[in-house]
Design a protein around this ligand. Structure first.
Ligand code: ATP
Ligand code: MG
Length: 303
C-alpha cells in the first residue's frame, strides 16, 4: 500500500472514533468489540498495517524533533487490563526513545498532595519536539476519585471548597488547562480504551492461569469491577465535558487488542500529519555558508 493510501486509511479510522464535541455523548453507543468490519482473519493484515504505520510515525517524529516547535501529548485512560501498556508499547515501538517521554500516574505521593492536582502533570509535560505519553493522567481526579469520594478527604483541600460542584469545576479547569496547552503548541490526543466487562474478566482469568502473567494480577483490580457502572458514568461525563476539537477523545474499541493498536496508531499519525511538520529550511545565505564549510573541509588536507 502506498504512503498516501495508508495515510488516507489512518485519517478515516481516526475520524471514525474521534469525539470532538461532548454534548449528547453516550458511551453505550460505542461497542467495545467493534473492529470496523475486520474479522479476526484480518489479523495478519492488521499486523502488516501496524508495522507500516509505526514506520510512518517514526518519520513524523524525526520531523517533530527537528522542527522543535510542537509537542504532542497522548493521554491514555482505561479500566484495568484494557491494554494501555500494550498499545503504548506497540504503537511507539519504532520511535526514537530520545524523542519520547512516558509518565505513569499512580496514586499521588504525600509531596504531590501538598500541591494542586495539576502540579505533577505540569512537570511531566513533554518538551517541544517530543511526544509525551501519560499512562493515566489528571483525568483520574474525575474518575477514581469520583468513584471513591473518600480519596477526596486525603487531598487536603480546604473543606469549604469541597462542594457538590467539585466535579463540574474539575472538568472546567481541565478543559481550560487543555485549551492553554493547545494555545501554546501542545497537540493533545486523549484515548479511552473501551474494554467490555466480560473481556476484562477473561483477561484477569488469563493473568491467573498463565504463570508469566501472574505478576500483573491484583486483587484490587477485581474489586474495582464492583464499581464498573459508576466508572462508566464517570468516563462518559469526563468525555462529555472535555471533548474539544483541540483536545479530542478517541473512544477506541478495546476487546480486540490488534484492532486497538491500529486505531491508536491511526489517531497518532493523523494528529502528527495535521501539524504540517517539515525539516527546518535554511535560507540561501546559509546554503552558501554550508557550501563554503564543505569546501573548507574537503581542502583541509588532514585525512
Ligand atoms: P498496570 O496495572 O498495568 O501496571 P496501572 O496504570 O493500573 O497499570 P497501577 O499501579 O496498578 O497502574 O495503578 C495505578 C493506580 O493509581 C490506579 O488504581 C489509579 O486509579 C490510581 N491513581 C492514579 N491517579 C490517581 C489519583 N489522582 N488519585 C488516586 N488514585 C490515583
Ligand atoms: Mg493496575
Amino acid at each position: 500500500m502506498k504512503r498516501d493510501e495508508l495515510l488516507k486509511r489512518a485519517r478515516e479510522a481516526a475520524a471514525h472514533y474521534r469525539v470532538t464535541r461532548g454534548k449528547g455523548f453516550r458511551l453505550s453507543a460505542h461497542d467495545p468489540g467493534d473492529s470496523l468490519g475486520y474479522g479476526s482473519d484480518r489479523k495478519p493484515r492488521a499486523r502488516e498495517l501496524l508495522k507500516r504505520g509505526v514506520e510512518m510515525l517514526a518519520d513524523y517524529q524525526q520531523m517533530l524533533y527537528a522542527q522543535d516547535r510542537w509537542s504532542v501529548l497522548l493521554i491514555f485512560q482505561a479500566m484495568d487490563a484494557a491494554g494501555k501498556d500494550s498499545a503504548i508499547k506497540h504503537v511507539m515501538s519504532g520511535v526514537n526513545p530520545q524523542g519520547c517521554q512516558v509518565y505513569s500516574f499512580k496514586a499521588p505521593t504525600s509531596e504531590e498532595l501538598d500541591h494542586t492536582y495539576l502540579w505533577r502533570c505540569m512537570k511531566a509535560l513533554p518538551e517541544r519536539g517530543r511526544i509525551g505519553i501519560f499512562n493515566r493522567s489528571y483525568y483520574e481526579e474525575t474518575l477514581v476519585v469520583r468513584v471513591h469520594p473518600r480519596i477526596l478527604d486525603s487531598q487536603k483541600l480546604p473543606p469549604a471548597l469541597v462542594t457538590r460542584d467539585i466535579w463540574k469545576q474539575r472538568f472546567e479547569d481541565i478543559a481550560n488547562f487543555e485549551k492553554y496547552l493547545a494555545r501554546n503548541g501542545v497537540a493533545i490526543c486523549k484515548f479511552f480504551l473501551n474494554v467490555s466487562k466480560d473481556e476484562q474478566k477473561q483477561r484477569f482469568l488469563e493473568r491467573l492461569e498463565r504463570p508469566e502473567k501472574h505478576w500483573k494480577f491484583s486483587e484490587s483490580d477485581v474489586h474495582e469491577r464492583d464499581h464498573w457502572d459508576k466508572y462508566m458514568r464517570a468516563y462518559q461525563d469526563a468525555i462529555r465535558h472535555t471533548a474539544a476539537p483541540h483536545a479530542p477523545w478517541y473512544v477506541v474499541p478495546a476487546d480486540r487488542k490488534w484492532f486497538t493498536r491500529l486505531v491508536v496508531a491511526a489517531a497518532v499519525i493523523d494528529t502528527l500529519d495535521s501539524l504540517d511538520l517539515h525539516y527546518p529550511r535554511v535560507g540561501p545565505e546559509r546554503v552558501e555558508e554550508l557550501a563554503a564549510a564543505r569546501e573548507a573541509l574537503l581542502g583541509s588536507g588532514d585525512g
